[in-house]
Ligand binder design. Structure first.
Ligand SMILES: C[S@@+](CC[C@H](N)C(=O)[O-])C[C@H]1O[C@@H](n2cnc3c(N)ncnc32)[C@H](O)[C@@H]1O
Length: 256
């Protein structure tokens, strides 16, 4: 199951890399994509999953918020890959700075993965805390430091946050109040959807004016079921829909 899900990630990613924001010569890109597919096929034939000690995806390059951005990825975990929702959200934030003005705003990212969205939010002037599971934090910290050092008004912070776990202890309200909560591709085939919604509700309280910006590729029936639960807790606005990539970006404020 894990391998087939990884293959799915690669399929997702191949849809995402056709976007013009990636700064890489087409020939090199093609060669690297072929290598990714070959590596995946080789692992599939062996029918086992092993960490990529012998295979790393390397760096992906982007241009957002007036800066070149380089993100280190690997195939070890989902959180070490850039997902299409992250690229769509970065593009949206960069292109709509008046609609969503992050300058001097307190921003929390949940399920930050490689950190691309948090990097862009930092470059746009926000005070960012990027969170994810403990195993993800080392690569996340590396990417944040490498892309924000000397370029941002605020140094981004990194913290462990497992959805639904110890939120009142580690992120008590109202001490931890954010203007925006960002989430990209946090809904996919996993069994923590209830905890995820609980986490969104913890940080976006009725009357708090905290806005959640959630970008996701819709893949499974369960994604739509999550969206229904989400819409019953939040007043939502569909900010943008990218039909070809099946990505939606929502803005949501907790219902009173
Ligand atoms: C599909 S990846 C998306 C990563 C990144 N947001 C992006 O779009 O590139 C989902 C992220 O959620 C994180 N995640 C999954 N389950 C989690 C949980 N229970 N608590 C906190 N983070 C979790 C993963 O570690 C991963 O970084």
């Amino acid at each position: 199951v894990f391998m087939s899900e990884h293959f799915l990630v690669l399929m997702d990613r191949s849809a995402a890399v056709s976007q013009p924001v990636r700064q890489r010569p087409a020939g090199k890109k093609r060669e690297e994509d072929d290598q990714k597919v070959m590596a995946t096929e080789a692992l599939s034939r062996r029918n086992i999953w092993e960490p990529s000690v012998y295979y790393a995806l390397g760096n992906e390059s982007f241009y957002f918020a007036g800066h070149d951005i380089s993100i280190r990825e690997s195939m070890d975990t989902y959180g070490a890959l850039i997902w299409p929702g992250a690229i769509a959200l970065c593009q949206f934030l960069d292109n709509n700075q008046q609609q969503v003005n992050l300058m001097d705003k307190a921003v929390l990212e949940i399920g930050a993965g490689t950190g691309l969205v948090s990097v862009v939010a930092s470059l746009l002037g926000a005070w960012v805390t990027a969170t994810d599971l403990p195993d993800i934090l080392s690569n996340l910290t590396f990417n944040l430091l490498r892309n924000t050092k000397g370029r941002c008004r605020y140094t981004p912070q990194v913290a462990a946050l497992s959805w639904g776990r110890d939120l009142d202890r580690d992120f008590p309200y109202p001490s931890y109040h954010y203007d925006y909560v960002l989430a990209a591709d946090v809904v996919y085939h996993h069994n923590c959807l209830e905890e995820l919604l609980k986490t969104m509700c913890h940080f976006c309280r009725p009357g708090s004016q905290t806005a959640l910006l959630w970008a996701n590729k819709i893949r499974f029936q369960s994604d739509l079921r999550f969206t229904e639960c989400f819409e019953s807790s939040f007043n939502t606005t569909l900010l943008i829909e990218l039909p070809q990539q099946e990505i939606r970006i929502y803005k949501a404020i907790a219902k009173e």
